[in-house]
Design a protein around this ligand. Structure first.
Ligand code: SF4
Ligand code: ZN
Ligand code: ZN
Length: 415
């Protein structure tokens, strides 16, 4: 891999390049076979040195890599130290499978993966995705069917909501929440979106735009609550409240999810947490034996006094599958990670689980499903429920003032 050179190369460098190139061409003209071969080699090396005639690999985050080609997709990913099942490789509008050869000079884009060389389990057409934990592969159409079935199965298995329930889908502008909104709407559920503007510089604006685009496409209402206008950017609020960014963000989101659901008469709040989120959270809590959180890693948090029911219909699907579904459905989403997620331990746990999954397909799914089947009941006694009401906002809390009001009361007049 070569690092990207800055486009503002000096004129001097350009002049040297031109002289070298002319010398090389002269050598070819000299009809000296050896010289000509050397000259071609030299020209190629020169072009490669300046990243011309290389494979350009673009990440959605804006990162660009240059890899010497021609090379198989699989080898490119290996070279970049990227796991095959964590990205989708796209060239123009075409999805590339790991065995595809990429020529020098081509540009490919990494989103989240696709595996190939397989046939659809249902119709025997070329598969666009392999799902090793089910020992299956699917074509575009049958993958979409598989995806919807998994969502319906989660909804039914965990009694998440009924046909006529009003579902408030919490959308962040990322793939998980926008896919969730899309698939629930496709399945005929009554959905509305909720977007909370947290005032994250260089991120919130873009993510809101994606949420609005989805609302327009789905022809559904998007409720927007502007926390940053009410209380200031989340970063400042977290700092003043002596909390980490993500912990403050979690408190704010939980507060608004519940508040908007209660005010709007929604039956249930749905979030886009997926199998990777849940399994990595489970692993993180197990590694630290955080008993108080362990019993709460469930696809459903039942309704209680003042708290709306919360559900995670994507809990049977991986990030890879969700990203593939988003791509196949043409759902636009913000690919950049939240800038405040840098260094988060959950990313480390996700990577660890992905590495295990690669060697032992199905482990991630088994780890989480077995926890739900046999361990979670034993842990339910460790979960503490809020029995009081916050003296400021009236939301359930275990203390006099809820954590949202403690976080915001010093700088906000809004409850
Ligand atoms: Fe909030 Fe942290 Fe997620 Fe960013 S990474 S959206 S701050 S929880
Ligand atoms: Zn098929
Ligand atoms: Zn409160």
């Amino acid at each position: 891999m070569f690092s990207k050179k800055h486009s503002n190369s000096t004129n001097a460098i350009n002049a040297i390049n031109a002289i070298n190139a002319i010398n090389a061409i002269n050598a070819i003209n000299a009809k000296n076979a050896t010289n000509a071969i050397n000259a071609i080699h030299f020209l190629k090396t020169l072009l490669k040195l300046y990243n011309i005639f290389m494979i350009t690999v673009k990440e959605r985050s804006g990162k660009v890599h240059y890899v010497e080609g021609p090379r198989e997709v699989r080898a490119i990913l290996r070279r970049l130290n990227i796991l095959e099942n964590t990205v989708l490789v796209v060239k123009g509008n075409e999805l590339l499978t790991p065995d595809r050869m990429v020529e020098d000079g081509a540009t490919i884009e990494l989103i989240p993966v696709i595996s190939g060389g397989m046939k659809c389990r249902v119709c025997n057409e070329t598969a666009v995705i392999g799902i090793p934990r089910h020992n299956a592969a699917f074509c575009k159409g049958h993958f979409k069917e598989f995806f919807k079935k998994q969502v319906l199965r989660a909804i039914k298995e965990h009694s998440m909501f009924k046909r006529d329930d009003r579902v408030l889908v919490c959308v962040s502008g990322g793939k998980d929440s926008l896919v969730l909104w899309d698939v629930l709407t496709e399945l005929g559920y009554h959905t509305e979106g909720l977007y909370i503007d947290l005032g994250i510089e260089g991120y919130s604006e873009k993510s809101k735009e994606m949420a609005l685009k989805s609302a327009e496409r789905l022809k559904r209402r998007l409720i927007i609550r502007d926390f940053s206008k009410e209380c200031g950017p989340i970063k400042d609020v977290a700092r003043r409240g002596g909390r980490t960014d993500c912990s403050a963000c979690g408190t704010v989101k939980r507060h608004y999810f519940n508040k908007v659901a209660l005010e709007g008469g929604f039956d249930v709040v749905a979030t886009g947490h997926n199998l990777d989120d849940e399994a990595s959270r489970l692993l993180g809590n197990l590694l630290r034996w955080q008993w108080e959180y362990l019993g709460r890693i469930t696809p459903v948090l039942e309704e209680s006094e003042g708290l709306r029911k919360k559900v995670k219909p994507l809990c049977r699907l991986t990030e890879h599958e969700i990203a593939t579904y988003a791509f196949l459905r043409g759902i636009e989403y913000i690919v950049d990670e939240c800038p405040m997620s840098k260094g988060s331990t959950s990313l480390l746990y996700k990577e660890a689980l992905n590495r295990i999954e690669l060697k032992s397909p199905g482990t991630k799914h088994y780890f989480y499903q077995e926890y739900l089947r046999s361990a979670v009941k034993r842990l339910s006694g460790t979960v503490a429920f809020s029995t009081r009401r916050c003296s400021i906002c009236g939301m359930p809390t275990s203390e006099e003032v809820c954590s949202f009001c403690r976080l915001t009361e010093r700088f906000s007049k809004v409850s």
